[in-house]
Design a protein around this ligand. Structure first.
Ligand code: SAH
Length: 215
């Protein structure tokens, strides 16, 4: 990429985000940290929010949705332990930011977004940034995406009332899913591991996501 003072400034802000918001709060997975150093988060928000892109909070995007706070994104990605050869499914593409991070970490990425406008915007941006291998689909991700199942990793970026069984059924044995569960004020991230003996569920951080809309 050509040098420009602006992209240098954003790179400095990214360094600071990774140091102050992620490492200092216990995110230690180097692959996740390096991916977050690489992906230009400011490109995933509108121009009027670019100066806030690396701050410690969520940011509004189109269609009344939000791009999650960097720490929550890092914490979710660290929890699912993405490996190089993994196939990942994301539910709730939104801006495409998490999709780009998954593309840095996994071999194959499928992402589903119910808003046509957001899906189209994310697809265009991801291609422009060189993430041309990811598959962004417009549809209801609460049903997962059976044609490409099973997945090693599923990341759900919108909150469900209860664990969607159909998503669990699309996890590989050894697969991991991270999903926010609960009503707006009392959501919590849950990590689900599908093991040969059954499901292992652990409760993680409290959080606040837009709802997973079904149908
Ligand atoms: N990871 C995104 C976060 C977007 S917010 C980012 O980095 O920008 C969550 C997204 O989930 C919204 O765009 C919303 O439209 C989408 N969503 C909600 N319910 C959905 C469903 N059933 N299927 C697919 N996408 C859904």
């Amino acid at each position: 990429m050509r040098y420009s003072p602006e992209s240098h400034l954003f790179a400095v802000e990214r360094q600071s985000m990774v140091g102050r918001q992620l490492r200092s709060r216990g995110i230690g997975d180097e692959r996740v940290l390096q991916a977050m150093l690489r992906v230009p988060r400011h490109q995933f928000v509108s121009e009027s929010y670019q100066n806030q892109a690396y701050e410690d909070h969520p940011i509004p995007i189109a269609a009344e949705q939000t791009i999650s706070q960097p720490y929550i994104v890092a914490s979710m990605l660290q929890a699912v332990e993405v490996e190089e050869n993994d196939k990942a499914l994301e539910v709730g593409t939104g801006s495409g930011y998490v999709t780009a991070l998954l593309a840095e970490l996994a071999r194959e990425v499928v992402s589903i977004e119910r808003h046509e406008l957001l899906a189209a915007g994310a697809m265009e941006l991801l291609a422009k940034l060189g993430y041309s291998d990811v598959q962004v689909l417009n549809g209801d991700g609460s049903l997962g995406y059976e044609p490409a199942a099973p997945y090693d990793v599923i990341v759900v970026s919108a909150a469900a009332c209860e664990l969607p069984r159909v998503l669990i059924s699309q996890l590989n044995e050894g697969g991991r899913m991270i999903i926010p569960i609960g009503p707006p004020d009392t959501q919590q991230l849950q990590l689900i591991k599908r093991e040969s003996r059954g499901l292992h569920i652990s409760l993680r951080e409290p959080c606040r996501f837009v709802p997973l809309v079904s149908g």
